[in-house]
Structure formats: structure tokens, C-alpha cells
Design a protein around this ligand. Structure first.
Ligand SMILES: NC(=O)c1ccc[n+]([C@@H]2O[C@H](COP(=O)([O-])OP(=O)(O)OC[C@H]3O[C@@H](n4cnc5c(N)ncnc54)[C@H](OP(=O)(O)O)[C@@H]3O)[C@@H](O)[C@H]2O)c1
Length: 356
């Protein structure tokens, strides 16, 4: 069946459906009518708008038992990754075994499999390993031999050879989405950090080095990434291709920080090479006082945001910029205004009574 045949019945398995992009793409596909998503993860999503299967991808027999009967799956979005906090080097063996177990179970059952999409990321280029020429292009060599991305990509490429299905993969960067239940969220991290400093009467200090302040960085707005995944899975020109999917307007923190200071009505502070995690370590009583004073939702400062993740993102000392020309050339033109994404995110967290 041709991938561009959008009228044929589809059933889309989303591996990692409780995760950041898995839940976003699941929600999006469930609203589109013809993708019929089925979610997969160890935990179930309460009130998921589609069926969920609880399965441990690390367990081959659990995969065979729970997935071996899925005869009607036509598309797979692989957005799972093993337990992590966001900044560490993740296990290649475990993440490769998870994908292998899933493909073993699915391939023997799903005789109408048409497409496998892997959600990967900029770590492929080695953005955390060393300074590299930018913009990163999809056919650049992998610059991160310790990451699980290349082994997973090679696995899918090898499996696809001689098969009827095709593959694609996305390489996004730092996910952003308006959600209150996801602690790995830069906009939420900065919003709470700014609110604490403001209450203390201090300027908005950048908690990283002068180099990281000056370097260009980028973000991926998850609704856009979700739409791009549906696009890749539908379009014949995307078969067996990788695509960078980022907002498309690289920004330095030096450009963003004044926008953020302005939003919160704060003076701009200089980079001081401190850290989010160090700053918030003793601020729980202050946060409690702020939530009471401004009648906010009661939240725990140490768990509402993943502070070391913020430090990990700010730790990169050089430009991280992906080229978006390939996606544009092949038909995905959506771009996101990152400054507006940030201020809209602050509006959202205010409306949700998370920040004053
Ligand atoms: N987050 C970012 O900012 C970012 C940026 C660029 C690229 N990426 C890449 O995007 C991909 C998805 O990342 P994410 O941040 O969306 O992931 P995530 O939020 O950490 O979610 C991981 C998912 O995998 C599932 N999972 C983990 N172990 C499992 C197992 N043994 N069996 C079944 N399911 C399992 C988890 O569900 P359970 O725990 O319920 O099992 C969860 O649904 C990764 O390749 C990541 O590197 C992420």
C-alpha cells in the first residue's frame, strides 16, 4: 500500500505513549480521524483518548504476549526511551533491546505494516559532545557514538531492507509544550525561576556561563513535531529519510533573556554561571509563601520542574542549530516563533495558576 494513500484504514501503534512526544502525537493523531492510535508503555494513561496496552519493552516474552496479536497495525511511532532524567548518556543496550523486542513482536504479527517512525534528536550530531559546524544537516555523520540513536537507526534500516514498509525519523531539539504535568519543561523551569527572583527583588540573572548565553540554541514545539510525524508517515518522498524538526528560528539566550525579563517586569541580570538546581535548593519555603500569597495551585518546588534538566540544557557552550531546508524542500513548511512560544507558555502557566 502506498504511504500517500490517506484514505486506507490505518492503525498506529505509539510506543512511549505516556512520554512527552508520545502523548502529544497520540493526542494529535486521535484528533485526525484516520490514524486510529493505540498507545503502548508500561503505565497506562488515565482517560487516554485511545486504547492503551501496558507492556514492558525490555521483556521479549511480554512483547510477544501483548503485541503478537496486533495484526492490523499499519504504522509505528517509536517514541519510547528507557528511564532517564534528561541529561545523562542513556543505555544503548537497553534502548536497542526495547526496539528490537517491539519489532520482533510486531513484524511477525502486523502483515500490513507500512511505516516505522523513530523520534530521535539533535544528540545524533553530538551537540553535547563537542562544538561542531552548524547548521547540522541530516546527512552529517553521527557525532555521538555513545548515543542509542545510530544503533536504532541502523537496526531499522537493516530490518526494512527487502520489506514492504518504509521508515522515517525526526531529529527535534529541547521539547516545549504547554503542560503542567511535565517537569522536563524549559519554559516552566524559567517561569518558576523568574518568579522566585522577582519575589526576592533580584534581577533576572542568567544561571549559566557567558559562552552559553551567547551561543545559539533551538527548540521543538511539540504540536509542530506531532504534525511533522504525521506528514513523514504519509508522504512518499519521506520514505527512508531523516528530518530535523525544530522551530526554525535559532536564538541565543542573550536574545531570549531580555524578552523573559520584560515579560516578568524584571531588570536584566548578567550571566553568573550559577545553576537552576543550586538556586532552588533552599527555596521551597519561599515557593510555598509565593503560592499562598498569590493564591496559586499548591506545587512542590523540587518536583514540579526538573531543575538539573534546565542546567543540562544551559550547559552547552556552543551553537546548536539544525538546518530545516530538507523538511521545507520536501513539503513541511511549518515554523514556530520561539519568542512567542515562550511568552504564550508563560501566559499558559499563569492561567493554570502555576506562577503569579
Ligand atoms: N524530551 C526532549 O526534550 C527531547 C528532545 C529531543 C529529542 N528527544 C527524543 O525523543 C524521544 C522521546 O523522548 P521523550 O522525552 O518524549 O520521552 P519520555 O518523556 O522520557 O517518555 C519515554 C516513554 O517511553 C516509555 N518507556 C520507557 N521504558 C519503557 C519500557 N521498558 N517499556 C515500555 N515503555 C517504556 C515510557 O513509558 P512508561 O514509563 O510508562 O513505561 C514513556 O512513555 C527520545 O528518543 C528522546 O531522546 C527528546
Amino acid at each position: 500500500m502506498h504511504p500517500a494513500d490517506t484514505t486506507a484504514p490505518r492503525k498506529t501503534l505509539i510506543a512511549g505513549a505516556t512520554g512527552q512526544i508520545g502523548s502529544s502525537v497520540g493526542q494529535y493523531l486521535s484528533e485526525q480521524g484516520n490514524w486510529h492510535p493505540v498507545g503502548l508503555s508500561r503505565r497506562a494513561i488515565a482517560n487516554a483518548p485511545y486504547p492503551m496496552i501496558a507492556v514492558d519493552l525490555n521483556d521479549p516474552s511480554d512483547c510477544q504476549a501483548k503485541l503478537g496479536g496486533l495484526h492490523d497495525i499499519t504504522h509505528l511511532v517509536y517514541a519510547a526511551r528507557f528511564n532517564h532524567w534528561g541529561g545523562e548518556l542513556e543505555s544503548v543496550d537497553t534502548n536497542l533491546a526495547m526496539l528490537t523486542n517491539l519489532l520482533d513482536a510486531l513484524e511477525s504479527a502486523a502483515h500490513n505494516l507500512q511505516h516505522v517512525h523513530l523520534v530521535h534528536g539533535t544528540k545524533y550530531y553530538g551537540h553535547t559532545v563537542s562544538k561542531r559546524p552548524t547548521p547540522y544537516r541530516e546527512d552529517d555523520p553521527c557525532g555521538n557514538p555513545g548515543s542509542f540513536y545510530l544503533p536504532q537507526q541502523q537496526l531499522v534500516q537493516a530490518r526494512q531492507a527487502g520489506r514492504d514498509w518504509s521508515w522515517s525519523l525526526s531529529r527535534p531539539h529541547a521539547f516545549c509544550n504547554n503542560r503542567t504535568d511535565e517537569p522536563r519543561n524549559l519554559i516552566l523551569i524559567v517561569a518558576i525561576y523568574a518568579s522566585l527572583l522577582k519575589e526576592m527583588g533580584l534581577p533576572l540573572v542568567y544561571p549559566g556561563t557567558a559562552h552559553s548565553y551567547a551561543a545559539k540554541t533551538q527548540f521543538s514545539w511539540l504540536p509542530t513535531l506531532s504534525r511533522s510525524i504525521a506528514w513523514m508517515m504519509s508522504q512518499p518522498q519521506c520514505a527512508n529519510q531523516a528530518y530535523n524538526i525544530v522551530n526554525g528560528d535559532p536564538k541565543s539566550w542573550a536574545e531570549l533573556w531580555p524578552v523573559i525579563a520584560d515579560y516578568f517586569g524584571m531588570a536584566l541580570g548578567p550571566p553568573d554561571a550559577s545553576a537552576f538546581a543550586g538556586f532552588v535548593a533552599d527555596k521551597s519555603p519561599l515557593w510555598h509563601a509565593i503560592t499562598t500569597k498569590y493564591n496559586l495551585r499548591a506545587t512542590d518546588l523540587s518536583s514540579i520542574a526538573q531543575w538539573p534538566y534546565g542546567d543540562y540544557v544551559l550547559s552547552v557552550q556552543w551553537d546548536v542549530v539544525s538546518d530545516m531546508d530538507k523538511a521545507l524542500r520536501d513539503g513541511f513548511a511549518e515554523r514556530v516563533d520561539s519568542e512567542k512560544m515562550w511568552t504564550d507558555g508563560f501566559d499558559y502557566f499563569r492561567a493554570q495558576r502555576i506562577i503569579p
